[in-house]
Write a protein that binds this ligand. Structure first.
Ligand code: GAP
Length: 463
């Protein structure tokens, strides 16, 4: 049987996509971005550890988000709420009843699945992925929150939950912040922190994890008199998210699809949601979400807590603020930025020929290492001078010192982790007190006086 050309192309595209994912996963492990969690014990389903380069990337993302959306905006404040909250919070938010996945259980091995994960046999019967059994219970709802116990006794009265989103901490503290800050509506509260979900189908590397970090904003607005009023704030945050996505080095027009989530598919509280879908190698999937939550959350918390969560307008009228929520995942930002930055290209080698280089073309702010200091040889006089350069630069930029292997190989190593600049100290440096600064993308080299290198890099890296 010969396959039709469009089917061959389809398979080629899938293979290329899988290849890219495999290459990224392998680079992440090899170079210390992301490791499988608890690997020496055989790992733990879908837990991932961020290595030395991964943690720098995550920190860059969180710091930039905080600066841009909390510190630089007069209409924003920050918060770091407790991760384990009074369980009544989850009753009020609806998570205890609504944050569920319908699962069937294999009657033979008791493994649980969502039916959309399962294949069927010729008679349409589901087949268990664990034991190939074909008898299942009817679907039952399983809550995605991780449950634990507070205090020594493991009894129902002491049950608490790991938060499945950072948002509810913001609602629970809304009144305290309003009372202590003199802010007037509209204003927002931003929070970065861990969230936990007992996802039934985690996977695709760090795309869907059980433990991840969110950067969330609840932006409180006056009670809208018509649709245009909330839509204006919604659009403001839509533009902010678009700007942020571009800032991360993602080509918004080519790599993002904005899905206006239709009625019936939105979370129960939301009146409008846009999913910013990124074209990941394994398919187009949600990168970030932007939701108009109405006044659902504060109304529910007012009712369940019995506390007054009203704000007061200029005329002295009480109202429950409505909310626009931009919600961004840290790990999904890392993954999308890695996919967008990854390139394989031919580049000149040391022998005057060409070879393949892998390069992560990150925006400079996102790169885990900003500057590599590379003495041309390990000779003591060069090492001494290079160490002095390193000691000065490391106070200002995240730097790496590397003196092993040929200079060509060291450039390739830095390209592969996305380091924007390499500073090479050679024997000429001992005379002219200058070094060669190489830029990652253009591979152009410039001779810069040592005393000027810091200012030179500062200017280039500032973006
Ligand atoms: N407070 C609203 C909320 O949590 P969500 O769409 O469930 O909404 C927001 O999550 C963002 O958090 C997602 O767009 C994604 O970036 C990230 N996220 C959600 N679940 C995740 C998971 N299991 N693993 C990694 N990131 C996740």
């Amino acid at each position: 049987m010969t396959l039709k050309p469009h089917i061959i192309l389809h398979f080629k595209l899938i293979t290329m996509a899988n290849d890219l994912m495999e290459k990224i996963v392998s680079l992440c492990k090899r170079r210390g971005f992301v490791f499988p969690g608890s690997e020496i014990y055989g790992g733990l389903a879908n837990s991932w550890d961020f290595g030395p380069l991964g943690v720098e990337m995550k920190n860059n993302i969180k710091q930039r988000w905080w600066k841009k959306f909390v510190q630089e905006r007069p209409d924003m404040l920050g918060l770091d709420a407790a991760l384990i909250m009074n369980p009544k919070v989850w009753e009020a938010s609806g998570h205890l009843n609504e944050f569920t996945d319908p699962l069937v259980e294999c009657k033979r091995c008791h493994a649980r699945f969502r039916t959309d994960q399962l294949e069927t046999d010729s008679k349409g019967k589901y087949i268990c992925l664990e034991c190939e059994g074909k008898e299942f219970t009817l679907p039952r709802n399983f809550n995605l929150m991780f449950k634990t116990f507070m205090g020594p006794a493991e009894e129902a009265a002491n049950a608490v939950y790991l938060r499945p989103e950072t948002a509810q901490g913001i609602f629970a503290d809304f009144k305290n912040i309003l009372d202590s800050s003199r802010k007037k509506i509209p204003f927002g509260i931003g929070q970065i922190g861990k969230a936990f979900r007992n996802e039934i189908t985690p996977g695709n590397f760090i795309f869907r994890m059980r433990e991840f970090e969110q950067m969330e904003i609840e932006y409180f607005i006056p009670e809208p008199k018509n649709d245009n009023e909330w839509l204006e704030y919604f659009q403001m945050w839509r533009h902010e998210i678009i700007g942020w996505i571009k800032d991360c080095g993602i080509d918004f027009d080519k790599e993002i699809f904005e899905l206006d989530v239709p009625d019936g598919e939105r979370a129960h509280y939301s009146k409008k949601t846009i999913d910013f879908q990124y074209k990941f190698p394994f398919g187009e999937k949600e990168l970030y979400g932007l939701a108009y939550r109405g006044n659902y959350d504060l109304s529910r918390h007012q009712k369940h807590s019995g506390q007054d969560l009203f704000a007061v307008d200029e005329d002295g009228n009480k109202f429950i603020p409505h909310v626009i929520e931009p919600s961004l995942g840290v790990e999904r930002t890392v993954l999308a930025a890695l996919c967008s930055a990854y390139r394989e290209e031919m580049a000149p080698d040391a022998e005057g020929g060409e070879d393949k280089r892998i390069v992560l073309k990150f925006p400079a702010w996102l790169a885990p290492i900003k500057v590599a200091i590379l003495p041309l040889s390990k000779k003591e006089e060069l090492s001494n001078l290079s160490r002095r350069v390193y000691d000065d630069l490391k106070k200002h930029f995240v730097c790496e010192y590397d003196e092993t292997q040929s200079i060509g190989k060291r450039y390739r190593r830095q390209d592969e982790i996305g380091t924007p600049f390499c500073v090479t100290v050679d024997f000429e440096s001992l005379n002219d007190m200058a070094a060669t600064v190489r830029e990652r993308d253009s591979m152009k080299q410039e001779r810069i006086k040592m005393e000027d290198i810091r200012d030179y890099l500062e200017e280039k890296l500032e973006n």
